[in-house]
Write a protein that binds this ligand. Structure first.
Ligand SMILES: NC(=O)c1ccc[n+]([C@@H]2O[C@H](COP(=O)([O-])OP(=O)(O)OC[C@H]3O[C@@H](n4cnc5c(N)ncnc54)[C@H](O)[C@@H]3O)[C@@H](O)[C@H]2O)c1
Length: 246
């Protein structure tokens, strides 16, 4: 076991990449908070990884809402004595070419992907500073480097990289590491609306020409969450089959 009862919060963990991260951290010895805006999927995920429910907590929470985040942390404090690991994974897309993008599309994606990361991180940092230990892992995207139709999403994912590096500089002296993973094309519900022709175009640009799986991201998260990476902070790790090689 890589972890010994560490408490890990994974946002957007009801399905997709977040569910795989929650499962793997749990199997490696963590106690897990499965947090998602969709209560039924959070419950189903927690139930599937920990049927007895002693070492997991399913929570319905919109990460973009200060009030629901505050309520979630009250519930976490009732169940668990500490927080060791935060994975800011919850994220959405609302794609449009920039000349057609509405303020609502811009704002909602900023609210969930970037402000949600801010609110969740703000809640754990005081606990981690007091404990003098913590691991924060942000899930960005290769789209941070620009992608047609994703001005809002790319801005949030690039913002997460800047936030990660700043937090790494501020929090290192408290023994808190902060790192960011950039998934490439990962086979989840998020890609369901993307036409196959576009996915084929992406695959043709990847040296490892297969769709990534949620477990590929979970493996990288477990490394950053574990003591194996205790001297690594402020790092960007693309997990994308070589998509970002220039
Ligand atoms: N799938 C990919 O190819 C890919 C590529 C790069 C980056 N990513 C990033 O990985 C993360 C997970 O993506 P995924 O593919 O698993 O997506 P997904 O859509 O399958 O799952 C996202 C989960 O987040 C939850 N969620 C949405 N809004 C929320 C909110 N306001 N508060 C709490 N939970 C919320 C959803 O209910 C869902 O369970 C996202 O941040 C995404 O941007 C995904």
């Amino acid at each position: 076991m890589r972890f010994h009862d560490d408490v890990a919060i994974v946002t957007g963990a009801g399905r997709g990449i977040g569910a795989a991260i929650a499962r793997q951290l749990f199997l490696e010895g963590c106690r897990i908070v499965v947090l998602d805006i969709d209560e039924s999927s959070a419950l189903a995920c927690a139930q599937s990884i920990d049927p007895a429910g002693h070492r997991s907590l399913a929570l319905s929470c919109d990460v973009s809402s200060k009030d629901t985040v505050a309520r979630a942390f009250l519930r976490i404090a009732e169940k668990f004595d500490t927080v060791d690991i935060l994975v800011n994974n919850a994220g959405i897309t609302q794609d449009a070419m920039f000349h057609k993008m509405t303020l609502e599309q811009w704002q909602r994606v900023i609210d969930v992907n970037l402000t949600g990361t801010f609110l969740m991180t703000s809640a754990v940092v005081p606990l981690m500073r007091e404990k003098k230990h913590g691991r924060i892992i942000n899930i960005s995207s290769t789209s941070a480097y620009g992608n047609v139709g994703q001005a809002n999403y790319a801005a949030t994912k690039a913002g997460m990289i800047g936030l990660t590096k700043t937090l790494a500089k501020e929090l290192g002296r408290h023994n808190i590491t902060v790192n960011v993973i950039e998934p490439g094309v990962i086979e989840t519900g998020m890609l369901k609306t993307v036409p196959q022709s576009i996915k084929d175009g992406w695959l043709s640009m990847m040296p490892i020409a297969r769709m990534g799986q949620p477990e590929d991201i979970a493996n990288a998260v477990c490394f950053f969450a574990s003591n194996e990476s205790s001297f690594i902070t402020g790092v960007e790790l693309p997990v994308c089959g070589g998509f970002l090689i220039v």
